[in-house]
Design a binder for this molecule. Structure first.
Ligand code: NAP
Length: 257
């Protein structure tokens, strides 16, 4: 039977790149996004590429949406094998200006979303009595916290922590839980971070924040979705069966742990 992978937030950005790669690896793909327009266009593109794919709209911060996502995947393909908790949002703010709404929204999506996605996937794996892989979007900001990105960094530290706790509890069910930690990739997330950062620094122009963060990359270029997808493909494969609870950095050489 063909394996099935769910990737949240896969209408665009890194999630789309990951879903495309897993499709090429032979998985049936379940796309998910809150952005209906983006989701529809990615679904059409994947179908044209000959991938076996469905799309389920949903908000990862809502527990019932995550369980519905798994249910729809099982309805269509009969089982699930991999669940990628990819969806996440950024927020740029000086520490002293962080407000309650920003904090709550960012934690709801980046942290609660990972908890609910993990619960929905793990309960299905346990019911199926099969091996399962849960793969979370962490970040270099889950290993080191950045100025102007305090809230975002805190959520990604939480993802690293949840990855460890879930791995410890779920190993008994043959479920591995790992995370990928990208560096600086030029997705719409970075367009937004860049646009926000330049507002706070008089000497910065649009594009400068992205340039500044990219400059230090040892391998000499910003990250592409394919770079991230290479790691996720490995974590989704049998080759990573002896790895669990790890949050692995893929950043071209920015943060060293
Ligand atoms: P992105 O370009 O903003 O794409 C994220 C996708 O998720 C968008 O389509 C977005 O829809 C969707 N989404 C947002 N909120 C959602 C929700 N509540 N439920 C379902 N989908 C939702 O971001 P990305 O750069 O691809 O990042 C993907 C993941 O990698 C995130 O967890 C991010 O923190 C992490 N990451 C990214 C970088 C980087 O450099 N880009 C670095 C480290 C870690 P909308 O378009 O409507 O917002």
């Amino acid at each position: 039977m063909e394996k099935v992978a769910i990737v949240t937030g896969s209408g665009g950005g890194l999630g789309k790149g990951i879903a495309k790669r897993l499709g090429k690896d032979g998985f049936n793909i379940v796309l998910n996004d809150i952005n209906q327009e983006l989701l529809d266009s990615t679904l059409e593109e994947f179908k044209k590429d000959g991938l076996h794919v469905i799309a389920v709209t949903g908000d990862v911060s809502k527990r019932e949406d995550q369980f519905n996502l798994v249910a729809k995947a099982v309805e269509e393909f009969g089982q699930i094998d991999v669940f990628v908790n990819n969806a996440g949002i950024d927020v740029v703010s000086p520490f002293l200006d962080i407000d309650e709404a920003q904090l709550n929204k960012t934690f709801a999506i980046n942290v609660n979303g990972v908890v609910f996605g993990t619960q929905a996937a793990a309960k299905q794996f346990i019911e199926q009595k099969t091996k399962g892989k849960i793969i979370n979007a962490c970040s270099i900001a889950g290993h080191e916290s950045y100025e102007m990105l305090a809230t975002y960094s805190a959520t990604k530290h939480a993802v690293r922590s949840l990855t460890q706790s879930a791995a410890k509890e779920l190993a008994a069910y043959d479920i591995r839980v790992n995370a990928y930690c990208p560096g600086v990739a030029g997705t719409s997330m970075w367009d937004r971070i860049d646009a926000e950062m330049v507002k706070y620094y008089d000497d910065m122009e649009p594009g400068d924040a992205f340039k500044k963060f990219s400059e230090g990359i040892l391998l000499g270029r910003p990250q592409e979705p394919e770079d991230v997808a290479n790691l996720v493909s490995f974590l989704a494969s049998d080759d990573s069966d002896y790895i669990t609870g790890q949050s692995i950095i893929t950043d071209g050489g920015i943060v060293f742990r």
